[in-house]
Design a protein around this ligand. Structure first.
Ligand SMILES: Nc1nc2c(ncn2[C@@H]2O[C@H](COP(=O)(O)OP(=O)(O)OP(=O)(O)O)[C@@H](O)[C@H]2O)c(=O)[nH]1
Ligand SMILES: [Mg+2]
Length: 286
């Protein structure tokens, strides 16, 4: 039995969460086209007959701007102790540059193998992929480099085999039927937030947080927190259309997670400057 922990490093939006989901064979982390989607460390657990691979999905490396992003970067900074390997994710669709070099400095000094996933190679020209592979290789002494598409699944099985091969012999850290370490309430909050991110843009996605207020066999009440009255108006939408659509999009996944139908009530609430408020951040588990 091989088992161990792999932390996932990379800039915001390169596809870390999509990749963790692909490696785990199911959704553990939410995904959106807005940077800073992931706000906390989430374990995604991939089980095989003779292995347990625990992937720590993380926020992207960033320069903190408020208490929230400070906490996010702290989460990242403390996620590389006691790992068996680092999965360094790069996007083949973006210039590999200063941000990636900054992360490289960090991960190549840890003394554990670094496996690079060059993600988003779907529908790219082979010559472009080759160029990006060279740029990725130049970042440091990597153990292996895998061009993959987390979206189409290309190269994922090979990448998984590579990571499992780097794990030491060890015990099961989680029951084999467990896919993530997030509580059910936290998973529900994330699913609701994901739909809200999909439907909003500009500064609004960053100002949204979700807290589950009440959950029993029949009823789920959750609050969408925003910072200003105008953000609230956007999330509520004309005659409540936006918040209704968020609920409609989130419900099937929530019901699948719970295993039964649920009465879902979403409320939009203004919490001025919640991103700077340590007590609220604490309560949100951030
Ligand atoms: N074309 C393509 N798009 C991808 C691929 N992987 C992820 N994406 C898209 O890239 C965007 C960001 O994906 P995420 O998985 O949320 O990225 P992340 O690195 O976790 O982002 P943060 O949590 O914000 O740091 C989403 O729109 C994904 O659909 C891929 O292999 N190919
Ligand atoms: Mg993410």
């Amino acid at each position: 039995m091989r088992s161990g922990f792999v932390s996932v490093a990379g800039r915001p939006n390169v596809g870390k969460s999509t990749l963790v989901n692909a490696l785990c064979g199911g959704k553990v982390a939410i995904v959106s086209d807005k940077p800073q989607t992931t706000r906390q460390r989430i374990f995604g657990i991939a089980n095989g007959d003779d292995y347990q691979l625990v992937l720590a999905d993380l926020p992207g490396f960033q320069r903190p701007q408020d208490a929230l992003t400070e906490r996010m970067q702290h989460t990242v900074d403390s996620a590389f102790e006691d790992v068996d390997c680092v999965l360094f994710v790069l996007s083949a669709r973006e210039r590999i540059g200063a941000g990636d070099r900054f992360i490289a400095q960090r991960v190549y000094s840890l003394g554990v193998p670094v496996v690079i996933a060059l993600n988003k190679v779907d529908r790219l020209k082979p010559s472009h992929i080759a160029q990006q592979m060279q740029a990725a290789a130049n970042l440091g002494p990597f153990h292996a480099l895998h061009p993959v598409s987390a979206k189409t699944g290309d190269g994922i099985a090979e990448l998984r085999d590579e990571l499992v091969g780097l794990l030491p012999e060890g015990p099961l850290y989680f029951p084999v039927d467990q896919k993530t370490d997030l509580s059910v309430e936290a998973q529900i909050g994330e699913l609701v937030r994901e739909k809200a991110l999909w439907l909003t843009r500009d500064e609004v996605p960053h100002a949204i947080s979700v807290e589950v207020d009440e959950l029993d066999d029949k009823v789920l009440r959750a609050n969408l927190l925003v910072e200003t009255e105008s953000q609230k108006q956007i999330l509520v939408g004309k005659g409540g259309s936006m918040v209704r659509e968020i609920g409609t999009k989130a419900r099937p996944e929530i019901e699948a997670l719970l295993g039964h139908p649920i009465y879902l009530e979403l409320m939009v609430k203004v919490r001025p400057h919640w991103r700077r408020n340590d007590a609220i951040l604490e309560r949100l588990g951030l």
